[in-house]
Design a protein around this ligand. Structure first.
Ligand code: 3HC
Length: 685
């Protein structure tokens, strides 16, 4: 018996504890240890009931994801063996649940006779996010406890439920407050006297209305966005209408097929990639982060307002600074309206809205920022303005206050030097719009940023529910720098003969959430225009340049916000309508540049856009702007709509083979002067 599990005796109650930090996953050794303790408790005449719980933080994170795709050690009992043992246990078994109980964790809990859960705890079957259905009886037992409809919803969406809902649905038998152990012991004593326990597997399932699965299948297929796992989950839940053993067999078969799929491999890669992204290779993981309670946001525009909402939602005290009272009032009014809309949609309670607004302090005097532990500057993109702000911040804020800029492309090192001897407190926190919704957050590592400042920014990002990724300083950091070459390719393809609609369709058929032209219209063409004008003097006149986006802007066509961009938009409608004038403009610019327009295939569109993206990703990896290839994947899946089930551009390219990508990029470079295989790509190939 290993150190991974422990047995305690509390009078007539045996308590079996999982001790496998950080999340008590079912790694090799854990199921075997639990079974051995279970056998000991079963055969001990003193024991009347058995409690099973997670040690440490109390989590039970489910199967060990790192073991998927690897052989299970021979002779080592598995999660399935444990579940069969619990299912057949003659003495009452009680799962005492705290914090998160997920996947195989909930499957273990449901193979106990009873479950209690602490207030604030969560239970769920999130396997769909890993490209698989639950595979240890979850799809068979959850319908027996919660009913088919609720179980299908939880399993297909992968969303966990809180204690109140879990009780309401019958997933748990009692919700307790305070310390779990005494509550579990007294509940166990009660159940020991309650008569013969009935296994969940022996319960009946109530069949839903005949059309239930037909409708659900249609809805699921629509929402699955090309993923197989949601439909696999549905099939397994449907099998719960069969006798338990038959349904379980079917679940197992579907699980085995899914776990070996490319989709599951890509989603597993994303799971570990997102966690790896929060670590900085050359910084000790034990570096303490600073305590952040009050955060100041400078600039109450769309970005600053979105950042303020994200901070308020996460429970921070927020100061919002604008010099002009009118702009400040307008920014605060937008924040208030956002919360009112959420209340109207039933997503937020009135008291929560009031609490969040009470934590917001509008200020017009920068001296008041002396109280802040972190400042996030989100004013317009002008280096001299930002330098002036950081010089002032260095004077008014207390030492150790982290000074972050939300710039999207200005050199963070140049901003940082304005802070003088506070340079080590300066870094970038690059949010994506809308900042209260988008998951991605680039933490830009300025050359002199201290380890504590960086780990603190990462911790804040996690608390905000974001997926933070560390990026080095360069034009566009990781995301925008790579997206720029992808976008460049889309524009060149249009000049060469493809329409915006064809380019967008080819890339959405590949799996991108939106096509590049739809994205440009959504984001607003004027922002990139201003940037191009500001950096025009740096442009190599010998390199190809398409003037079409500039011409659209000169015509006041800024995208959705003006009703016209690459597409036309009806008032109040976001659906892009093709515009023959844009087609004519493309013909003009092609003629001026001496380009003969031609038929372009969807395959060429996909290859040129995505290989450009991969080529640049490799360059940036080689330069050390991204720490690891998987960081690029995290950025693209969370900020740019790359299909998660393909694992991000670098995972996708690796599956194709970097040598294949290099061969194609080399071929492109022979007919287009703007293509050059990057050293990074050559190295990886
Ligand atoms: N297996 C292996 N490692 C896991 C794991 C798991 N199930 N869950 C988390 N980890 C690892 C993470 O990779 C991370 O490792 P690192 O420190 O080396 O980077 C570490 O545990 C801590 O994870 P988090 O940073 O995510 O910790 P949090 O405290 O923020 O969150 C959690 C805890 C909510 C449990 C979260 O880790 C989580 O959601 N885990 C995945 C849960 C899940 O999907 N379970 C289903 C597994 S599949 C399954 O059970 C199949 C079954 O049906 C047969």
């Amino acid at each position: 018996m290993s150190d991974l599990t422990r047995l305690e005796q509390h009078g007539p109650i045996a308590v079996i504890i999982i001790e496998n930090p950080p999340v008590n996953a079912m790694s090799p050794g854990v199921p075997g240890g639990l079974i051995a303790h279970l056998r000991a408790a079963e055969t001990d005449p003193q024991v009347k009931a058995i409690v099973l719980m997670g040690g440490g933080r109390g989590l039970i994170g489910g199967a060990d994801i790192a073991m998927f795709g690897k052989p299970w050690p021979e002779g080592e009992p598995s999660l399935h063996t444990l579940i069969a043992a619990l299912d057949a246990c003659p003495k009452p078994t009680i799962a005492a649940l705290q914090a998160h109980t997920l996947g195989g964790g909930l499957e273990i809990a449901m193979s106990c006779h009873y479950r209690i859960l602490v207030e604030g705890g969560m239970v769920g079957q999130p396997e769909v996010n890993l490209g698989i259905p639950p595979g240890a009886g979850g799809t068979q037992r959850l319908p027996r406890l919660a009913g088919i409809a609720a179980a299908a919803d939880m399993i297909i969406s992968g969303k966990p439920v809180g204690a109140k809902k879990a009780l309401e649905l019958g997933i748990v038998d009692r919700v307790v407050s305070g310390d779990i152990l005494p509550a579990a012991l007294s509940f166990a004593e009660e159940m020991a006297e309650a008569g013969e326990p009935v296994a969940v597997s022996a319960r009946a399932v109530e069949a839903p209305a005949p059309e239930f699965f037909v409708t659900l299948r249609e809805q699921t297929a629509k929402r699955a966005k090309g993923m197989r796992a949601p439909l696999a989950c549905l099939e397994c839940v449907e099998a719960s209408l069969l006798p338990f053993a038959e349904g379980s067999k079917k679940e197992r078969e579907i699980f085995e097929a899914c776990v070996a799929s490319e989709e599951a491999a890509a989603l597993r890669h994303m799971f570990f990639a997102e966690r790896a992204a929060t670590k900085i290779a050359d910084i000790d993981s034990k570096t303490p982060s600073r305590t952040i309670k009050t955060v100041a946001v400078i600039g109450a525009g769309t970005m600053g307002g979105g950042i303020a909402i994200a901070l308020l939602d996460a429970g921070y005290q927020v100061m919002l600074l604008e010099r002009a009272q009118q702009a400040l009032d307008a920014g605060c009014a937008r924040i208030e309206k956002n919360y009112q809309d959420q209340v109207a949609k039933g997503r937020l309670k009135d008291v929560q809205k009031d609490a969040r607004l009470a934590a917001l302090k509008p200020v017009t005097d920068i001296e008041e920022l002396a109280a802040a532990d972190l400042v996030i500057e989100a004013v317009f993109e002008d280096l001299s303005v930002k330098r002036e702000i950081f010089a002032t911040l260095a004077r008014v804020t207390k030492p150790g206050t982290i000074l972050a800029t939300n710039t999207s492309y200005i050199d963070v090192n140049e901003i940082a030097t304005a802070a003088g001897d506070r340079v080590s407190d300066v870094l970038g926190m690059h949010f994506f719009s809308p900042a209260n919704i988008m998951k991605l957050l680039e933490i830009v590592r300025a050359d002199k940023a201290s380890p504590e400042a960086l780990t603190t920014a990462l911790a804040v990002g996690k608390k905000l529910g974001k997926t933070p990724v560390v990026a080095g300083v360069c034009d566009g950091f990781i995301g925008n720098r790579i997206y720029n070459v992808y976008r460049r390719e889309a524009i060149f393809l249009m000049e060469e003969g493809a329409s915006p609609t064809q380019v967008d369709h080819a890339l959405t058929n590949f799996g991108m959430a939106l096509g590049p032209f739809a994205v440009m219209d959504l984001a607003g063409l004027d922002i990139a225009w201003a940037q191009r004008k500001a950096t025009a003097h740096l442009r190599d006149p010998n390199k190809r340049y398409c003037t079409l986006p500039d011409r659209l802007c000169e015509m006041g066509r800024f995208g959705q916000k003006t009703g016209r961009g690459f597409y036309l938009y009806e008032p109040g409608n976001r659906k892009p309508v093709p515009d023959p004038n844009v087609e004519a403009l493309a013909e003009d610019t092609a003629k001026e540049s001496g380009i003969t327009r031609r038929e372009i295939t969807d395959q060429e569109i996909v290859e040129r856009c995505l290989y450009a993206l991969v080529n640049e990703s490799c360059a940036l990896l080689h330069e050390g702007i991204a720490q690891r290839a998987s960081d690029v994947d995290v950025v693209f899946c969370n900020g740019y709509g790359f299909p998660r089930q393909l694992g991000g551009p670098m995972f996708w390219a690796e599956r194709i083979g970097f040598d294949t990508v290099l061969a194609k990029v080399t071929e492109f470079s022979q007919s287009h002067d703007f293509w050059e295989p990057s050293v990074g790509l050559k190295t990886l190939a």
